[in-house]
Design a protein around this ligand. Structure first.
Ligand code: AMP
Length: 410
C-alpha cells in the first residue's frame, strides 16, 4: 500500500478528469460504493474458484461478528448497490462509472500493489452487441484522449452457462490425453472451472494447450451471432481488434464477450485492462434478470505508462509572490486575491523575512515565475517579475499581472 502525491498523483488526477469528461458525455453517471462489503458479495460473484476469492482477499470478522472484505474489485459492489436501491427494476438502461481503491493480498511486483485504484464502467439492461460497441468506443476515446496509441482490443466469447458444457466436454477430453503435462492447479481447475486452464500462467501448461479446442467453435447460435456482430461493429468503427481464444479473464461471472486492451506502449503483449459481459451476475446476487457489460482499468498502471510515454502530467506550476516588508505583506494578500480570483495558480510567501531565503525556496520548489513586491514597487504601482529559468527580470504594472499570468481559457 502506498501514498500518492506530487507528479504521480497529478497523473491520477488528469486521468480521473479525463474519465469524468469522456464518460459523462456518453451519459454514464458516477457511483461510489463502500470499501467494505460482506464476504458473500464476492463469493457469489467473483467466484470461489477464482484466485481473488481463494487467496487474495483482505477478509476479517468485524466487531459485530460479520464476515467482511475490503473490496478486491468494484463490479460486485456496484451490482449489490444497484439491486439494493432497486435501480434495475425497469427495462431502462442504467449506466454507471466508478473510480475507487481496491485491495488484494497479492505478490508485490512493479505495477502490482495490494492497494490499487480502478476506474470502471458498467452498463446494465442492454444485451446487444451495440451496447458493447458503445462501451468499447467510450473506452477507446478515453485512452486516446489520454495520449495512448497503438491500442489493440483482444476479444473472445466464452459463451453462456447453458452452451458451455459442450465446450467443457471437448476440452476435458483434450486435457485427459495430455493430463501429465499440466500443473496441479490445472488439475483442480479442469474439475471446478475448465476455462481457467486456458489462462494458467504456467509456461508448460500454455505449451501443452497447443491445438486445444476453441470455445468459439462450440457457441450456441445466438452467442455466435452476437460475437460476429460485435466484430463487424468494431471493424465499422475502425477499432483494431484481434481474437484470442485463450482469453477468459480471471473472474467467474463472464458470459459471451470477454476482452482486454493491449497497448504496445507497455511493452509486448501487456494488458492494460479487461472486462466483458456478465448477464448472470445481477440475478446471482439476488436481483432481477438483467444483462450487463463492463470493464475496469487499473489506474496505477495507467499512470505509470503515461508517465513513461508522456513524461510529466499536464500541470501549471504556481508562481510565487514574495512581499518585502510589513506594508507589502498586506498589499501582497490583496494582489494575490485578485490573481487567485482570475484563476492564476499562485503561492504566497507568508513567512516574511529575507528575499534570499524565499528565492532559495522558489528554486527548490521548481517555481518558474517569482513576483516581488517591495516598497519601491508599491510606490510605483508595479511588481518585479523574475523568470527563474533564464534569470531574466522585468517590471509589470500591478494592473496587468492578472492578465499576464492567467491560464489560457479553453
Ligand atoms: P481485474 O479486476 O483483475 O480484471 O483487473 C483489472 C485491471 O486492474 C488490471 O488490468 C490492472 O490494470 C488492474 N489491477 C489488478 N490488480 C492490480 C494490482 N494488484 N495492482 C495494480 N493494478 C491492478
Amino acid at each position: 500500500m502506498r501514498d500518492l502525491f506530487g507528479a504521480e498523483l497529478r497523473w491520477f488526477q488528469h486521468i480521473e478528469e479525463t474519465a469524468r469528461r469522456v464518460f459523462g458525455r456518453h451519459g454514464y453517471g458516477e457511483i461510489r460504493t463502500p470499501i467494505l462489503e460482506e464476504l458473500e458479495v464476492f463469493k457469489r460473484s467473483v467466484g470461489e474458484s477464482s484466485d481473488i476469492v481463494n487467496k487474495e482477499m483482505y477478509q476479517f470478522t468485524d466487531k459485530g461478528g460479520r464476515e467482511v472484505v475490503m473490496r478486491p474489485e468494484n463490479t460486485a459492489g456496484v451490482v449489490r448497490a444497484a439491486i439494493q436501491h432497486k435501480l434495475l427494476t425497469s427495462n431502462d438502461p442504467v449506466l454507471f462509472y466508478y473510480i475507487g481503491q481496491q485491495f488484494r493480498y497479492e505478490r508485490m511486483q512493479t505495477g502490482r500493489y495490494r492497494q490499487f485504484w480502478q476506474i470502471g464502467a458498467e452498463s446494465f439492461g442492454v444485451a446487444s452487441p451495440e451496447s458493447e460497441a458503445e462501451s468499447l468506443l467510450m473506452l477507446h476515446s478515453f485512452l486516446t484522449e489520454l495520449g495512448l496509441k497503438s491500442l489493440v482490443f483482444s476479444i473472445n466469447s466464452v459463451g453462456t452457462p447453458e452452451s458451455r458444457p459442450a465446450f467443457h466436454a471437448a476440452f476435458r477430453a483434450f486435457f485427459a490425453e495430455r493430463a501429465d503435462q499440466f500443473c496441479e492447479d490445472c488439475h483442480r481447475r479442469i474439475e471446478t472451472n475448465p476455462l481457467r486452464v486456458l489462462d494458467c500462467k504456467n509456461e508448460r501448461c500454455q505449451a501443452a494447450l497447443a491445438g486445444h479446442p476453441v470455445i468459439t467453435d462450440h457457441l450456441d447460435e445466438a452467442s455466435a451471432q452476437h460475437h460476429a456482430r460485435l466484430k463487424a461493429l468494431l471493424a465499422e468503427l475502425g477499432i483494431p481488434y484481434v481474437e484470442d481464444p485463450r482469453l477468459v479473464r480471471g473472474l467467474d461471472y463472464y458470459t459471451r464477450t470477454a476482452f482486454e486492451v493491449l497497448s504496445s506502449d507497455l511493452g509486448a503483449q501487456s494488458a492494460l485492462l479487461g472486462g466483458g459481459r456478465y448477464d448472470g451476475l445481477v440475478k446471482q446476487l439476488g436481483g432481477p434478470e438483467v444483462p450487463a457489460f463492463g470493464w475496469a482499468i487499473g489506474l496505477d498502471r495507467l499512470a505509470m505508462v503515461l508517465q513513461q510515454v508522456r513524461g510529466e502530467a499536464p500541470h501549471q506550476a504556481p508562481a510565487l509572490l514574495i512581499p518585502l516588508g510589513d506594508r507589502a505583506a498586506t498589499e501582497a494578500l490583496k494582489l494575490a486575491r485578485i490573481l487567485w480570483d482570475a484563476g492564476v495558480p499562485l503561492q504566497l510567501e507568508t513567512r516574511g523575512g529575507a528575499l534570499k531565503k524565499a528565492m532559495a525556496f522558489a528554486n527548490r520548489a521548481g517555481i518558474q515565475t517569482v513576483l516581488i513586491l517591495g516598497d519601491g514597487e508599491l510606490e510605483a504601482g508595479t511588481v518585479t517579475v523574475k523568470h527563474m529559468a533564464t534569470g531574466e527580470q522585468e517590471t509589470w504594472a500591478l494592473g496587468e499581472a492578472a492578465a499576464r499570468l492567467a491560464p489560457p481559457t479553453a
